[in-house]
Design a protein around this ligand. Structure first.
Ligand SMILES: Cc1cc2nc3c(=O)[nH]c(=O)nc-3n(C[C@H](O)[C@H](O)[C@H](O)COP(=O)(O)OP(=O)(O)OC[C@H]3O[C@@H](n4cnc5c(N)ncnc54)[C@H](O)[C@@H]3O)c2cc1C
Length: 387
């Protein structure tokens, strides 16, 4: 990573101390770490929000149902004729629906309320990987190469919480507005106004994630591997989620809609050129980085082909129940500013699907923020006696 940091700095990328600061520049690299608890174990939302002590303390009023697939909501009309969600079924085998009318009718599902926005505007960070060979000891694939190493690392982690298993997958990440890159991937940061991320137009639309492993679907055995995942973090394309059948247990049909807006190609192409430039700089510093899966050429059609053949998800799916006005004809909203489903009382949505637009960052922490906010909203409603 040292040679990568140097390469970033050679191309004009500076460190950002606090990426969450409103004055953080639009371009820069950020060091990342993992959150560990007092015993130095990796700490996730499950342990943070549902510690065993809390579960025990609230046993009388907290019911956690695992392996319970909600298959149907129950609705009723209140005194004023308004629709109210009144319960959840776990055993129902048929849907009743909130959603786009024509889709529900095609599936033979009775429409409880037409909601054209549900399942639309699916967004994700589309990405391409550049893959390189590096010395095995610089790569996480060393764990595949030696069983003894795995046992040693596991023991280290269990005893001290340290070692390779506590390694953040991406020790640094680089954010960059593609508009600062020219066609040859030269970065221009001379005009400080261009770095003012207080102006949305200056926010990064590319993220470069260096990972010491293979991030493609190709099987590349017995090699140390290193990747740049180049992610489009402000995509203009969007897709949809639709039911495949009227069986609640069937997998849905998901269309990520990648590149449906051709404008998304432009930053990706610049990003690939910039990634190759970083790689070249690392080699110049003497780091043994061999190209494995990179574009054959840098002309437009080679880059086009490379992107189409290597495009992948970042698993950051959002916005299929987006917050916004239902009357928005182009992209109708599904929930209001308090996460309540339009036109239905007693029903809130609380997950990544409510993001009005995908965030220009990884999605887990923003989902936690939505959940914290939702808890406050529910408590406020309860206190006001209007639940
Ligand atoms: C492989 C992978 C790696 C990722 N890495 C990162 C990362 O490094 N950093 C980051 O910020 N984000 C990462 N993400 C994205 C992040 O995990 C998601 O954005 C986040 O978890 C979304 O939260 P959510 O509550 O919207 O959905 P989920 O976390 O998917 O939660 C939905 C829950 O609802 C349950 N469920 C669904 N349908 C039903 C039903 N009918 N009845 C009952 N339960 C149901 C599901 O089982 C699931 O538990 C990653 C995602 C994946 C898949």
């Amino acid at each position: 990573m040292t040679s990568l940091i140097r390469a970033a700095e050679h191309t004009g990328i500076q460190p950002i101390d606090d990426i969450n600061s409103p004055t953080a520049p639009g371009a820069g690299y950020v060091r990342q770490d993992v959150t560990q608890d007092s015993k130095r174990r990796r700490h996730g939302t499950f342990h943070a929000f549902l510690p065993a002590s809390l579960v025990r303390e609230r046993k009388a009023r907290l019911k956690i149902c695992t392996n319970a697939l909600a298959t149907r909501l129950e609705f009723d009309l209140d005194e004023s004729g308004g629709l109210r969600a009144t319960g959840v079924h776990f055993e129902a085998t048929d849907y009743i629906g909130l959603g786009p009318r024509s889709h529900l009718e095609t599936m033979g599902i009775p429409v409880v309320r037409e909601m054209p926005g549900i399942g639309n505007y699916l967004q994700d960070h589309a990405a391409v990987c550049l893959t390189f060979e590096v010395p095995m000891n610089d790569s996480l694939h060393q764990l595949e190469a030696s069983r003894i190493k795995v046992i040693k690392e596991l023991a280290t982690y269990l005893i001290s919480g340290g070692g390779l298993l506590s390694y953040p997958l991406q020790p640094i990440t680089i954010y960059l507005p593609s508009k600062l890159l020219d066609n040859d991937a030269n970065l221009s940061t001379a005009d400080k106004q261009d770095l003012d991320s207080g102006d949305v137009a200056n926010c990064a639309d590319l993220e470069f994630m260096p990972e010491a492993n293979n991030c493609t679907d190709h099987v590349i055995p017995c090699k140390g591997l290193f990747s740049f995942i180049i992610a489009l973090i402000r995509p203009k394309s969007h897709g949809s989620v639709r039911l495949a059948t009227s069986n609640p247990r069937a997998r849905p049909e998901v269309d990520l809609g990648f590149l449906t807006n051709p404008e998304d190609m432009v930053p990706l192409k610049k990003g690939i050129k910039f990634g190759l430039r970083l790689a070249e700089d690392m080699r110049k510093q003497g780091y043994p980085l061999k190209n494995l899966i990179v574009p054959e050429d840098l002309d437009d059609s080679s880059l086009d082909n490379f992107i189409r053949q290597n495009l992948r998800t970042c698993y950051h799916y959002t916005s299929t129940c987006r917050m916004g006005a239902e009357a928005d004809l182009l992209n109708p909203g599904v929930v209001d500013a308090e996460l309540r489903v339009h036109g239905v009382q007693g029903l809130r949505v609380c997950d990544a699907s409510v993001f009005p637009e995908i965030v220009g960052a990884h999605t887990m922490a923003p989902v936690v923020m939505v959940a914290e906010k939702c808890a406050d909203l529910i408590k406020d409603t309860y206190r006001a006696g209007s639940m």
